[in-house]
Write a protein of this length. Structure first.
Length: 492
């Protein structure tokens, strides 16, 4: 059998095998080379899988030739292929950036451990996106989470250790809730295969245990995706982790958690009687709006740019959840597109801020005074990514915001259109805080001249360019997301 037939397994196996290899090599240059090769190979595999799904439909891969639902199934459909490309693509961009970035943020003797944890985290995230087995999702969730705790704690700031511990506590609670929900579903259906579980739930007469499982899964995943008000771990984790870690996590970790929530809602619970009993859509609508407004307002008053954009991530997650609440093709398309567009823009912002911290000695607003004159290209990149977060036309963020508005108009909810626009204006306010400091204040005289290494500038510039390119030429992302939304809603 050809290698092409085993691409779903290789998607996970390649980065997984790279992890022990980096530990055995120990030498940081060799560890970097292995991790880089693994991430680029994972990207190539994800692209091939995406092309196969576009051409021939859903791919089902039975681990060990045990057919589903008896064995573990790796299932690649339009949505999972979309997520695989996003996660692997951001890993392939962040990893070259990380080599120079961690020089100033991680002790040299721990560099090989950084690369080990990075590819383990990548393994977990890719596994969550590709597996069709509920318990397998929990296993990969733990792999990604445990490696993430270590990555955050590698920061030189002692507060990174506290942030990691805080995330460990909340992440453990979330994982516990998640596995309890899976256990209840298994008791009710006798299967762990997601597709089979969805079919059997439709035949369950007693919805009460299913309601409890829905509640446990929703709360557990909401902790992982940092849905307001269960977001308390995120600001500190993003602020004090090494910049490369923040860039990777902001673009992938919370997005994969949203993907898992979408997968359970639309593939497992979609035909269950329990799903119609609980006002899930109304709850998601309220939490999404409150998160978008509250986190944006908090961001306006931050004095450190990493913390400011960390709260911005909580707000953007609010928009993603808001799209889910519409239960329509446009709403779900907006959520899926925003997963990608926010991932690109936010990873780009944090990568640029890593260069700012290297040259200016920090990322506080006081430190970046006059940055537009000292580092014009970096400043312009931060502004462009910020405009994408606001949803300005011509940027990637506009596409998802526009579909959110279309979804609200479909339901005749003009008041919701007003709230979406109003919350975006608050986002413009916190982006303006950077613009004011960078372009309307005198440059600091106590900062020496410095340059951002090309290995940091080039990957960051690539994400900035992508945030513009996908805003102008959005057809590929939009068509892929729309097809995934139609697939999910068509199954209901």
């Amino acid at each position: 059998m050809s290698v092409m037939a085993h691409l779903p397994a290789l998607q996970v196996v390649v980065p997984l095998m790279a992890a022990p290899l980096t530990v055995l090599l120990r030498q940081r240059s060799l560890a970097f080379a292995v991790a880089l090769a693994a991430s680029w190979t994972a990207l190539a595999i994800s692209m091939l899988l995406w092309l196969q799904v576009e051409a021939g439909g859903t791919i089902s891969y039975a681990i060990g030739n045990w057919p589903p639902p008896w064995g573990i199934e790796y299932r690649v459909d339009r949505l999972s292929a979309f997520m695989l490309v996003l996660v692997a693509g951001l890993a392939a961009v962040v990893l070259p950036y990380s080599r120079a970035s961690i020089e100033a943020e991680v002790p040299r003797e721990q560099h090989y451990l950084f690369y080990t944890m990075f590819v383990l985290c990548l393994t977990g995230l890719l596994g969550m996106a590709i597996t069709g087995d509920a318990f397998n999702i929990f296993v990969f969730l733990e792999i990604s989470s445990l490696s993430t705790y270590v990555l955050i704690a590698l920061g030189r700031d002692r507060r990174a250790l506290l942030a990691s511990y805080q995330y460990l506590v909340m992440g453990t609670i979330g994982a516990t809730f998640f596995v309890i929900g899976i256990g209840l579903l298994y008791l009710m259906t006798g299967t762990l295969n997601l597709a089979d579980m969805g079919r059997r739930l439709a035949l369950v007469d007693n919805p009460r245990p299913v309601l409890v499982a829905l509640a446990f899964l929703t709360v557990g995943l909401s902790l992982k995706l940092a849905l307001f008000p269960l977001h308390q771990w995120l600001p500190n984790a993003y602020t004090y982790a090494p910049t490369a870690v923040t860039a990777f996590l902001s673009g992938t970790a919370t997005k994969v958690a949203v993907y898992v929530l979408i997968r359970f809602y639309y593939s497992v619970f979609s035909e269950s009687q329990a799903f119609g009993i609980v006002p899930t859509e109304q709850m998601l609508l309220i939490l999404g709006l409150v998160g978008a407004f509250a986190a944006s307002i908090i961001a306006v008053f931050q004095t450190d740019l990493k913390r400011l954009f960390a709260y911005s991530s909580v707000a953007q997650i609010g928009y993603i959840v808001l799209g889910l609440s519409f239960h329509s093709v446009n709403g779900l398309t907006a959520s899926i597109v925003h997963l990608a567009m926010h991932g690109l823009a936010k990873a780009g912002v944090f990568m640029l801020l890593g260069g700012v911290a290297l040259v200016m000695g920090g990322t506080t607003l006081a430190r970046v005074q006059g940055l537009g004159f000292r580092m014009p290209f970096t400043s312009l990149g931060i502004v462009i990514c910020g405009l994408s977060l606001v949803g300005v036309p011509g940027t990637a963020g506009f596409i998802s915001k526009w579909h959110l508005i279309l979804a609200a108009l479909e339901r005749g909810q003009w008041w919701l259109v007003f709230l979406i626009v109003a919350s975006s204006l608050i986002a413009a306010a916190y982006v303006w805080r950077f613009i004011e400091a960078a372009y309307f204040r005198e440059p600091r005289r106590d900062i020496g001249d410095g340059r951002v290494p090309w290995s940091m500038a080039l990957p960051a510039g690539l994400l900035v360019a992508a945030s513009v390119a996908f805003g102008v030429y959005s057809s590929v992302v939009l068509s892929s997301a729309s097809a995934a939304a139609q697939m999910l809603l068509g199954a209901r």
